[in-house]
Design a protein around this ligand. Structure first.
Ligand code: PMP
Ligand code: GLN
Length: 395
C-alpha cells in the first residue's frame, strides 16, 4: 500500500476473527452480537428490498431516515437539527468518521484523541495527512487528565509522544472523542465532558464525537458533548444503527451538527460512496422510532451480560476493569502473572479456546496498554459462561 498506510496492516478485528475461525475458539474479540436485532426491523428491511428503493438514494440519505435521526436527537437529547441541512447519512459510523476527517482535516493539522482509540481513527488521520496527538487514558480508571488534554490542544506538549508520534508545535484543530468509549467501556462523566468542552472552546477546536454506543451506557448517563454550552456550533456528532439495534453488518450511520460541518462530511462522502443502501436506511428509520422500552431493554440486557462476563473473568482470577458501557470489558493480565497482552492473545485460542483483543493495539504508548486485554460480552449467556469456564480451567 501507499506510504500513508504503512504500519496499519490488517485491522485487529479481522485478524482476531480469522484466528477464532481457524482455531474454533470462542470469539470474544470482534464486537458483534451473536443474536440479530429486532425481527420486525429485519422484516421492514425485507419489505423495503422488495418494494425499493433499489437504485441510488439521495447522497444526503433517504429523507425518511434523516427525519428519523433528527427526531431521535430531539427525543433523547433535546438537540434540534434540520433533517435537510444538518444530517448526513453514511455507510456506517466508519464512513462518517472517515468523511469527517477527510472533510475537515488539512495536511499537517493536529487531531487530538484519547488513547486507547478505535483503530480507524489513526488510519483516517493518516489518510488525510493529519497528525494524531494522543492523550493517554490510564488503567485502572481511565480518568481524564485535563492538563495533558490542554497541552495536546495547545501544541505545548513536548514534541513527541512516547511512541514516537510527533506532537508538539501548532495548536490542534480537531478533537476526536468517543464516549461511551471503545475499548475501555468508559462513559465520560458530565464533569469530564465540561472540562473537555472548555478546552474545545479555549482552543477553538472542532469536536468530532463518535457516539455509536450512545444507548449502551449502563452506569451513569451518556451526555453528548454537543449539548454542553457553546458546543453545538462546533461539534459533529456521529452514530450508527449497528450497536443500538444489534445489526452491525448493516452499516447505516450518520453525522449531525452545524450545517457547515455536515457540509464538509458531505463533500468528502460524495466521493467515497456517494450514497448508501436505500432499503436498510428505511428500516433503520423505523428502528429509530421504536419506543423507549426497546432502548431500555437492549441496554438492560447488555448490562446483564457485562455483569456476567465480569464475574466470569474475576472467577478466572483476572483483575477486571469494569466497564460502564459499550460491548467490552477489560482485564489486566498482570493479575495472573502475565504481562504482554499481545503474546497472551496470540496464545489464548490454543491454550484456552477463547479469543480476546490486546488493548495495546489501540495505544501509541505501548507500555500503558501492554497488560490489558479486551473481551466482548455482546454474546449469548451460554457463550459467555463457556468462555469464562474455559479461562478458569486453563489458568
Ligand atoms: N466507532 C467505534 C468506537 C466503534 O466501536 C465502531 C465499531 N462498531 C465504529 C465506530 C464503527 O461503526 P459502524 O459499524 O457503524 O461503521
Ligand atoms: N467495533 C467493533 C469492535 O471494536 C468491530 C468493528 C470492525 O470489525 N471494524 O470490535
Amino acid at each position: 500500500p501507499a506510504q500513508r498506510l504503512h504500519g496499519f496492516g490488517t485491522t485487529i478485528f479481522a485478524e482476531m476473527t480469522a484466528l477464532a475461525q481457524r482455531t474454533g475458539a470462542i470469539n470474544l474479540g470482534q464486537g458483534f452480537p451473536d443474536v440479530d436485532g429486532p425481527n420486525e426491523i429485519v422484516e421492514a428491511a425485507a419489505r423495503a428490498l422488495r418494494a425499493g428503493p433499489n437504485q441510488y438514494t439521495p447522497a444526503r440519505g433517504m429523507p425518511e431516515l434523516r427525519r428519523a435521526i433528527a427526531e431521535h436527537q430531539r427525543r433523547f437529547y433535546g438537540i434540534d437539527v434540520d433533517p435537510d441541512r444538518q444530517v448526513q447519512v453514511t455507510v456506517g459510523a466508519t464512513e462518517a468518521i472517515a468523511a469527517a476527517i477527510i472533510g475537515l482535516c488539512d495536511p499537517g493539522d493536529a487531531v487530538v484523541t484519547f488513547e486507547p482509540y478505535y483503530d480507524s481513527y489513526a488510519a483516517c488521520i493518516a489518510i488525510a495527512g493529519g497528525v494524531r496527538r494522543p492523550v493517554t487514558l490510564r488503567p485502572p480508571d481511565f480518568a481524564l487528565d485535563v492538563e495533558a488534554l490542554r497541552a495536546a490542544a495547545s501544541g505545548g506538549a513536548e514534541g513527541t509522544a512516547p511512541s514516537g508520534v510527533p506532537g508538539g508545535g501548532s495548536p490542534a484543530r480537531i478533537l476526536l472523542l468517543n464516549s461511551p468509549h471503545n475499548p475501555t467501556g468508559k462513559v465520560f462523566s458530565r464533569a469530564e465532558l465540561e472540562q473537555i468542552a472548555a478546552v474545545c472552546r479555549e482552543h477553538q477546536l472542532i469536536a468530532i464525537c463518535d457516539e455509536v454506543y450512545e444507548h449502551l451506557a449502563f452506569d451513569g448517563e451518556h451526555v453528548p458533548l454537543a449539548t454542553l454550552p457553546g458546543m453545538a456550533e462546533r461539534t459533529l456528532t456521529i452514530s450508527s444503527a449497528g450497536k443500538t439495534f444489534a445489526l452491525t453488518g448493516w452499516k447505516v450511520g450518520w453525522a449531525t451538527g452545524p450545517a457547515d460541518l455536515v457540509d464538509a462530511v458531505a463533500a468528502a462522502k460524495q466521493f467515497l460512496t456517494f450514497s448508501g443502501h436505500g432499503p436498510l436506511q428505511l428500516a433503520v428509520a423505523e428502528a429509530l422510532a421504536l419506543p423507549d422500552g426497546y432502548y431500555q431493554r437492549a441496554a438492560d440486557d447488555l448490562a446483564g451480560k457485562r455483569d456476567r462476563l465480569c464475574a466470569g473473568l474475576e472467577a478466572a482470577g483476572l483483575e477486571v476493569l469494569r466497564p460502564a458501557g459499550t460491548y467490552f470489558a477489560t482485564a489486566d493480565i498482570r493479575s495472573i502473572g502475565e504481562r504482554d497482552g499481545r503474546a497472551f492473545c496470540r496464545e489464548l485460542p490454543e491454550r484456552a479456546g477463547v479469543v480476546g483483543v490486546p488493548t495495546v493495539v489501540f495505544y501509541d504508548d505501548e507500555e500503558v496498554g501492554l497488560p490489558l486485554v479486551r473481551f466482548a460480552f455482546c454474546k449469548r449467556d451460554e457463550v459467555i459462561d463457556e468462555a469464562a469456564a474455559r479461562l478458569a480451567r486453563w489458568h
